[in-house]
Write a protein that binds this ligand. Structure first.
Ligand SMILES: *Cc1c(COP(=O)(O)O)cnc(C)c1O
Length: 561
């Protein structure tokens, strides 16, 4: 332990908003995220710093991170702990505070990292830590893994985040100043019950709560047996509300968050509709996700924007005027990023890829509804197209520790990669991370996303690609329903009709057809037209799908600052 790190919590302002998230990605060296949800939370907080919003973010500390991805000799994913020494990145705050769980007191301390915005404004991100000697062994382990363990482990962590997070605010005399408690997904919903015990009145809690749902599938929602909740804290669920918030002896964390929130939103237009169907009776708005442009613009495109678009960092909307950037400069910037990616890949794997070849990127969590294998639906067809127009494919992504099906998918892709060696280069990069994502979303030529329809809440990786002038070929779902303009910003797979279910065979056919007859010929034979699609991706999509626009909507519609 580095005792020098220990200090008092000194905040530059009294926060008005408290933002709770189970994961938050603010730095590549802090393993506090697994994927899209955490990246969004981090980009949001960075933007709050840029815009000087008086907010405080609260999350948990994970001493063993999410996991490090490795493979056994059969290509089956092995999850290894990611050892994290918090004192290397965070400042420890000495104060202890506590809350009650399992009929005893759990003690917490916190660590802080300040996120600094473009004007120097700093936002505290608090990491709650149970790994202290006052706690028993099991309690201490709650600060080990993000999304590890069983239901008991999960509810222990969610109590720590929600109830422990409120104790943190109380301990530092911040609670009274908070006008909005923002739950980024249902992991934080127990905070509503902690607030109810303070205010003893649903309306008073409600006027302070904001809930953002990110999940369009029931399986993605945390649901606990009420007996388990009672075991952890027998008086947490108020008797008078039990009938309202418990159904079939289950506590649904999204329902709980909705019940106590005056403002609820989904993360894209379509996602709002799906959420309304899942939870009838609630008033649900939408705020489509965005990305923090300064974090995701590659060095080459940053310089290009600096050269042509005055003040784009402070005013993301002005990226509209990237339509005036000369095509050859867009192309050169992209080629520079592609070169870097090709070097990275060739250093990481034994499959060589080629800077001259058309490169398709697919990187995200690997799970069956995202259909990472759709591109290989008909291998002969893919081989035939590759003979006509040579291509190569880069994959990256982890499967969740409990998702064996996702692990099987990766195993099959690794197998294909070795089967196709010498014919089509298919590389799979281990340990998809912010760092790797930055290279991929700037260095490939086409961003591919093939989820089953209505299951992608928003998606943000495509926005990162668009910012770096990379067009997409994607299923019309999530944000792409809003960002897609055929042949202007990219290409679609499948219809936008919500009632029509995705059909693998039809979608694969369309994928191959668009590649063979539209995308590859455009790329190879009409280069200027191709670069116009690249440029439009920036002008039409990066200027809108950013966290500056997104934050403005939260401030106006949810926070009323
Ligand atoms: C952006 C990002 C994601 C989210 O990707 P989607 O395609 O939107 O699911 C996941 N992981 C990392 C490392 C990212 O940078």
């Amino acid at each position: 332990m580095n005792e020098k790190n220990e200090s008092k919590l000194e905040l530059p302002y009294k926060p008005k908003i408290a933002y709770f998230s189970m994961e938050i990605a603010i730095d590549k060296n802090i393993p506090s995220y697994s994927g899209g949800l955490g990246i969004l939370a981090g980009d949001f907080i960075k933007t709050c710093a840029d815009q000087e919003i008086p907010i405080i973010a609260i999350t948990l500390l994970y001493r063993k991170g999410f996991f490090v991805q490795d493979f056994d000799q059969n290509g089956f994913q092995i999850d290894r702990p990611e050892e994290f020494n918090p004192s290397s990145q965070l400042t420890r705050i000495d104060n202890r505070f506590n809350f009650s769980m399992l009929d005893h007191k759990i003690y917490l301390r916190s660590w802080v990292k300040f996120v600094e915005g473009i004007t120097g404004f700093k936002i505290p991100v608090i990491f709650l830590d149970t790994h202290i000697k006052e706690n028993n062994e099991w309690d201490q382990k709650l600060s080990d893994y993000l999304y590890g363990g069983d239901k008991r482990y999960r509810i222990g962590q969610e109590m720590t985040l929600g109830v422990g997070g409120v104790s943190f605010l109380k301990h530092f005399d911040l609670l009274e100043h908070i006008s909005k408690f923002h739950m980024n997904e249902g992991h934080a919903s127990l905070l509503t019950l902690a607030l109810f015990h303070k205010f003893k009145n649903v309306d008073q809690v409600k006027e302070r709560c904001v809930f953002t749902t990110h999940t369009p599938v029931p399986a993605g929602i945390d649901v606990f047996d009420v007996s388990l909740v009672d075991e952890f804290a027998h008086d947490l669920i108020p008797k008078e509300l039990r009938n309202d918030i418990v159904e079939d002896e289950l506590l649904n964390m999204t329902y709980l968050g909705f019940y106590f929130s005056e403002y609820i939103n989904g993360v894209a237009k379509r996602h709002r509709k799906i959420s309304k169907d899942m939870f009838p009776g609630f008033n649900i708005d939408f705020i489509t996700n965005g990305i923090h442009l300064l974090s995701w613009a590659s060095p080459s495109f940053k310089s290009l924007f600096d050269k042509y678009i005055l003040g784009w960092k402070k005013d993301n909307y002005s990226l509209r005027s990237s339509v005036q950037i000369p095509l050859n400069e867009i192309w050169d910037a992209h080629q520079q990023e592609k070169k870097k990616l090709v070097n990275t890949v060739n250093n990481l794997t034994d499959q060589l890829i080629d800077e001259e070849k058309f490169t398709i990127g697919f990187a995200r969590r690997h799970t069956s509804y995202k259909r990472p294998e759709l591109l290989f639906w008909n291998i002969d067809e893919l081989k035939r197209i590759n003979k006509k127009y040579p291509l190569q494919i880069i994959y990256a992504g982890k499967a969740h520790p409990q998702d064996d099906e996702g692990k099987e998918i990766i195993k099959r892709i690794l197998q294909l990669s070795s089967d196709l060696k010498g014919e089509i280069s298919v590389v799979f990069l281990k340990n998809y991370s912010i760092e790797l994502a930055k290279k991929l979303v700037a260095g490939v030529d086409l961003w591919l996303n093939t989820p089953k329809k209505n299951l992608e809440a928003s998606g943000t990786s495509g926005m990162k690609a668009a910012l770096n002038g990379i067009p997409q070929l994607s299923v019309l779902d999530g944000w792409w329903l809003e960002g897609h303009l055929e042949h202007l910003t990219g290409w679609s797979i499948g219809s936008q009709d919500r009632s029509e279910e995705s059909n693998d065979e039809r979608d694969a056919d369309e994928l191959y057809n668009k590649l063979e007859y539209v995308i590859l010929p455009l790329y190879l034979k009409k280069r200027d037209d191709w670069i116009e699609v690249m440029r439009n991706s920036i002008a039409l999509n990066a200027s809108f799908f950013n966290t500056q626009r997104m934050l403005a909507q939260y401030v106006l519609n949810a926070y009323f600052l």
